[in-house]
Design a protein around this ligand. Structure first.
Ligand SMILES: [Zn+2]
Length: 229
C-alpha cells in the first residue's frame, strides 16, 4: 500500500505545484503588461511638451503680429506729424518696437529648435514603446503556451490520480487524504536515520521498527504524517 500511496502522493505534489503555477499566471501577465506603462508615460510626456511648445509659439506669433500692426499705425501717424522733433521721436518709438520684434523672433527660433528636439525625442520614444510592446506580446504568448501545457499535464495527472486512488484501500486512502489536506506538502514520509522525513524529529525506536514492516499505518507522533522505512 505504501508504494501505491507514494505514487499517488507524487501525483498530488505535482498537481499542487501546477495549480499554484497556474494561479500565478494572471499576476505574471499583469506585471508584464505594467512594463508598458513607463514607455507610454514617457511618450505622453513628450507629446505634452510639444503641445505646450506649440502654444508658446502661437503666443509669440501673436505678439509679433500685434507689434507689426502697431508699427503700421505709427508709420501712418508719423506721416501726419508737423515737427521734425515729433518725427524723430516717433522714429525712435518705431525702432524700439522693431527691437521687441527682433527679440521675439529670437524666441521663435529657440522654440522651433526645441520643437525639433522634441520631435526626435518622440520618435525615439515611439520606437521604444513599439519594441516594448513586441516584447510584452512575446512574453504573454509564452505564458499562454506555458499555461496550456500545464493544463494538459494537469488533466493527465488527475486522470492518473483517479485510477491510482481507486486501487488503494480506503483504510489507507482516507487517512492519507486527511493528512494531505492538513499538511499540504506530504502525507507519507520516509524514516531516515531514525528521523521523521516530514518534521525531522527523532522518532522513538518502536516507531522505526513498526514503519519498517509496512503492513499497517504508522503515524509520526510529532507531526502525524504516515511513516515508512
Ligand atoms: Zn513527523
Amino acid at each position: 500500500m505504501i508504494d501505491k500511496l507514494l505514487e499517488l502522493q507524487e501525483r498530488d505534489i505535482r498537481i499542487a505545484q501546477i495549480e499554484r503555477e497556474l494561479a500565478d499566471i494572471p499576476r505574471h501577465k499583469d506585471e508584464i503588461s505594467a512594463r508598458l506603462g513607463d514607455s507610454r508615460n514617457a511618450l505622453a510626456e513628450t507629446r505634452e511638451k510639444i503641445k505646450s511648445e506649440q502654444a508658446h509659439l502661437k503666443g509669440l506669433d501673436l505678439e509679433i503680429e500685434t507689434r507689426r500692426e502697431k508699427i503700421k499705425k505709427l508709420l501712418i501717424e508719423q506721416g501726419s506729424l508737423k515737427t521734425n522733433k515729433e518725427y524723430q521721436a516717433m522714429t525712435l518709438q518705431i525702432r524700439s518696437v522693431e527691437q521687441e520684434i527682433a527679440r521675439l523672433e529670437d524666441q521663435v527660433l529657440l522654440a522651433w529648435e526645441s520643437m525639433e528636439a522634441l520631435a526626435s525625442e518622440t520618435k525615439g520614444r515611439e520606437n521604444a514603446l513599439r519594441t516594448e510592446e513586441d516584447r510584452v506580446q512575446r512574453d504573454i504568448r509564452a505564458l499562454d503556451e506555458r499555461a496550456a501545457a500545464l493544463q494538459k499535464e494537469l488533466e493527465r495527472l488527475r486522470t492518473e490520480r483517479t485510477a491510482l486512488a481507486a486501487a488503494i484501500d480506503t483504510a489507507w486512502l482516507s487517512p492519507y487524504e486527511q493528512i494531505m489536506a492538513k499538511k499540504r506538502d506530504r502525507a507519507v514520509v520516509r524514516v531516515e536515520d531514525g528521523v521523521c522525513g516530514g518534521c525531522h524529529m527523532t522518532l522513538p525506536p518502536y516507531l522505526k521498527h513498526e514503519a519498517r514492516k509496512r503492513n499497517e499505518i504508522v503515524l509520526c507522533t510529532f507531526c502525524g504524517r504516515m511513516l515508512y522505512a
